[in-house]
Design a binder for this molecule. Structure first.
Ligand code: GLA
Length: 381
C-alpha cells in the first residue's frame, strides 16, 4: 500500500519517522469556470488523495522526495531559492506564501506520493498544495485556519505555477466532508454542505486519458476575457465587480464594446452561475432528471461557448446521451481529463461497457473509469 511505501522510503532516506498527512482531489457536480468570477460551485472531495510524511530536520533546507517519480530536490526557503523541478515548486510556493503571511518555517524532510490521477481534472495539484499547507501548518503550529490554507494553495498556483485559478479546488480539498457536496459562494467563501446520496443513481467519472497541453495559457486567457467583460459592464453599472454581479441584459448592453469572443465566454459564465442555482434547487427536491439536464447544458456551453472541451470529451458526452445517461459533462478546467456522469443504476453496466469499447475503438486509447466516493478533506493520519 502506498502509505507503507511512503513510511519505508522516509525511514530509509532520513533514518527516522515523521508524521503523515493527506488531502484529497475533488469532483465538481456543476458550476464550472464560475469560481474566479465570484460565482458558485458544487464540488466534493474524493477518495483519491496526496499523502506526505514530514519532519523538521534541524537545518534551513527542505529535502523532498517524490515517490511516484523517484526524484528528489533540496532547496532553501528564500524567494530566490525557487527549485527547478515542477513538483518542488508546489512545496516551495506553499512555504513562501506562508512566510509572506508572517510564518517562520524551519527546514524539513518529506516524502510524498498520491493516487489522484494527474491531468484528469481531479485537482492533483490542489491536493498537493493543501496536503503540504495542512501538514506544514500543523507541524510548526503556524495557526492558519482552513480558509487561509486554501488561499495559500491558490496563491501558490498564481505566483509559483502560473495558473490564475479560482478557489474551488483548494477549498474542496481542505473542506471536503464524507457524503456531502459543498455549495460554495466563491466570493464570500460562505458554504453549505449538501448531503449527496442520489438513490437509484451512481456518479462515475470517465477519463479520456488525454490532456491537451494548451490548458494553462488557455485557462488564463478565459479568465482575462471574463475580467474584460466585467470591466466593460462596470462602466455602466458600477456595482458590477465580477461576472457574478452581471446578468444577460447587462451583457447585451456592452455587446459592441467587447470582442465577440469575450462576449460569448461571459455569456457562458452568467448562464452557468444560474444553472448551478437551478441544479441546487432541483437537488433539494431530489429531482435528478433536472440536475442531469443542467449537466448536459453545461457541457454544451463549455464545448461551444467557453471552448474548453475536445473531441475525446465530446465523444464521451455524446455516448452518454445515446446510452440514456441522466447527466454528463466535462469536469474541471477542460481540454482533456474526465467527464462526470450521473447514471441510473440499471444503465451503469451498459454505459461503462460502451464507454470502454467505443472510446477505444475511436481513439485507440483505453479510458479509465472511477466511481465517485465522496470523502473528508485534509487531515492528519
Ligand atoms: C480548474 C481551476 C479551478 C476552476 C476550474 C474550472 O480546476 O483550478 O479554480 O476554475 O478549473 O471550474
Amino acid at each position: 500500500m502506498e502509505l507503507n511505501q511512503i513510511r519505508d522510503k522516509f525511514k530509509s532516506l532520513y533514518g527516522t519517522e515523521g508524521v503523515v498527512y493527506s488531502s484529497p482531489g475533488r469532483i465538481n457536480l456543476i458550476g464550472e469556470h464560475t469560481d474566479y468570477n465570484g460565482g458558485f460551485v458544487l464540488p466534493g472531495a474524493i477518495d483519491k488523495a496526496m499523502y506526505c510524511e514530514i519532519k523538521p530536520n534541524g537545518t534551513d533546507k527542505v529535502r523532498a522526495y517524490a515517490l511516484d517519480l523517484g526524484e528528489s530536490a533540496e532547496f532553501g526557503l528564500e524567494e530566490n531559492d525557487l527549485p527547478a523541478k515542477q513538483w518542488a515548486k508546489y512545496i516551495f510556493g506553499v512555504c513562501r506564501e506562508m512566510i509572506k503571511r508572517g510564518a517562520k518555517i524551519p527546514g524539513f524532510d518529506t516524502v510524498f506520493a498520491g493516487d489522484v490521477p494527474l491531468g484528469a481534472g481531479m485537482s492533483s495539484s490542489a491536493a498537493l498544495e493543501s496536503c503540504f499547507g495542512f501538514a506544514i501548518n500543523d507541524q510548526f503550529g503556524l495557526g492558519f485556519d482552513l480558509f487561509e490554507i486554501a488561499k495559500i494553495g491558490q496563491a501558490t498556483e498564481h505566483n509559483y505555477v502560473g495558473v490564475m485559478c479560482g478557489i474551488m479546488d483548494q477549498f474542496a480539498s481542505c473542506f471536503g466532508k464524507e457524503g456531502s457536496l459543498i455549495r460554495l459562494d466563491c466570493r464570500s467563501l460562505e458554504y453549505q454542505y449538501v448531503p449527496f446520496n442520489p438513490e437509484g443513481y451512481r456518479l462515475v467519472l470517465v477519463n479520456t486519458c488525454v490532456s491537451h497541453n494548451l490548458a494553462e495559457g488557455a485557462y488564463n486567457k478565459r479568465r482575462l476575457s471574463c475580467e474584460a467583460v466585467a470591466h466593460a459592464i462596470k462602466k455602466r453599472h458600477p456595482e458590477v465587480e465580477l461576472l457574478r454581479d452581471a446578468n444577460l441584459d447587462m451583457l447585451r448592453e456592452v455587446a459592441n464594446e467587447v470582442s465577440a469572443e469575450d462576449y460569448i465566454r461571459a455569456e457562458f459564465v452568467i448562464e452557468e452561475i444560474q444553472r448551478l442555482l437551478d441544479a441546487c434547487a432541483a437537488l433539494e427536491k431530489g429531482d435528478y432528471e433536472t440536475v442531469g439536464k443542467k449537466m448536459y447544458e453545461t457541457h454544451i456551453g463549455l464545448s461551444r461557448k467557453y471552448e474548453v472541451s475536445c473531441d475525446e470529451l465530446d465523444f464521451l458526452n455524446d455516448l452518454a446521451r445515446r446510452c440514456g445517461v441522466t447527466g454528463s459533462r466535462v469536469m474541471g478546467g477542460g481540454f482533456g481529463g474526465c467527464t462526470i456522469n450521473l447514471v441510473k443504476n440499471e444503465l451503469y453496466d451498459e454505459f461503462i461497457k460502451r464507454a470502454n469499447t467505443d472510446y477505444e475503438q475511436k481513439f485507440g486509447i483505453k479510458p479509465k473509469v472511477y466511481d465517485v466516493i465522496i470523502k473528508d478533506g485534509a487531515r492528519k493520519l
